[in-house]
Ligand binder design. Structure first.
Ligand SMILES: Nc1nc2c(c(=O)[nH]1)N[C@H]1C(S)=C(S)[C@@H](COP(=O)(O)O)O[C@H]1N2
Ligand SMILES: [Mo]
Length: 230
């Protein structure tokens, strides 16, 4: 066997093993969801209790000092911004309700959340985006990065600073994170410190460059329905 073929075969075996493993995990999740629905804790109002919200991240949780934290908006803009937390919370506020879902196991790794924050479109308007812009690149304080092709931007997409009306818990992105409703969790950059407006259509974030879709729209996504009196 040629060396090249052998390498191909190893890759094939590895990807098959990974596929089987993922399938078992997915089936396990579906089975448990069907027969043990109480494992999916939701308040009667439809929200997930905050301490039940799943945590997925590539490393540790960064310690962020609110006085030192800044959100930088830079790149293809006429008017770069360097915002403090105070600056951010003075801006026009928006609420969105979403089911946050991790692509690796959307049966278990999901949570119904109300986010409060600033529209990305508002921030970009303030920064005066140049016509050359094609992507937003979001940087987290832990070194994580994700991106959003600009043509998909809508008014549901925000930089959130409250989760269910409270300061975002540290593990979920304090003091602020990106929220892209209806897109997989990996687009929701926690501990965001920088938004770079880019003219590079080929830029890919951490998971995107490992082969996960850049346009990460969740198939058949529906936002959660909340009961007002819950
Ligand atoms: N900064 C940062 N943001 C991140 C990640 C990360 O590793 N670092 N992981 C992403 C992934 S894969 C998911 S599914 C969601 C999970 O958010 P949660 O831990 O608040 O549930 O965060 C996303 N945002
Ligand atoms: Mo994820």
């Amino acid at each position: 066997m040629q060396r090249k073929d052998r390498r191909k075969e190893t890759n094939f075996l590895e990807s098959r093993r990974r596929f089987i493993l993922l399938s078992i995990l997915a089936l396990g999740g579906a089975f448990t969801a069907k027969y043990f629905p109480s494992l999916f804790k939701e308040y009667s109002n439809g929200l997930t209790p905050i301490d039940e919200i799943y945590v997925v991240q590539i490393g540790g949780t960064p310690d962020i000092n609110l006085d030192e934290w800044r959100l930088e908006i830079t790149g293809e803009v006429e008017n770069p911004l360097l915002l403090t937390y105070e600056d951010l919370i003075k801006m026009p506020v928006t609420q969105v309700v979403e089911t946050l879902e991790c692509v690796s196991d959307p049966t278990f790794l999901r949570a119904n959340i109300i986010w409060t924050g600033i529209k990305l479109s508002y921030l970009l308007q303030q920064a005066k985006v140049k016509p050359t812009a094609v992507k937003l690149i979001f940087y987290g304080a832990d070194g994580y990065v994700s991106d959003l092709p600009l043509k998909y931007l809508n008014d549901q997409m925000i930089v959130a600073y409250l989760l269910d009306g409270m300061q975002i818990p540290k593990v979920h992105g304090f003091p602020a994170r990106v929220v892209i409703p209806g897109w997989w969790g990996y687009k929701h950059v926690k501990w965001v410190t920088k938004i770079e407006v880019s003219n590079d259509p080929n830029f890919l974030g951490y998971w995107e460059s490992l082969g996960y879709p850049d346009v990460a729209i969740i198939p058949n996504y529906k936002p959660p329905e909340l009961n007002n009196n819950g």
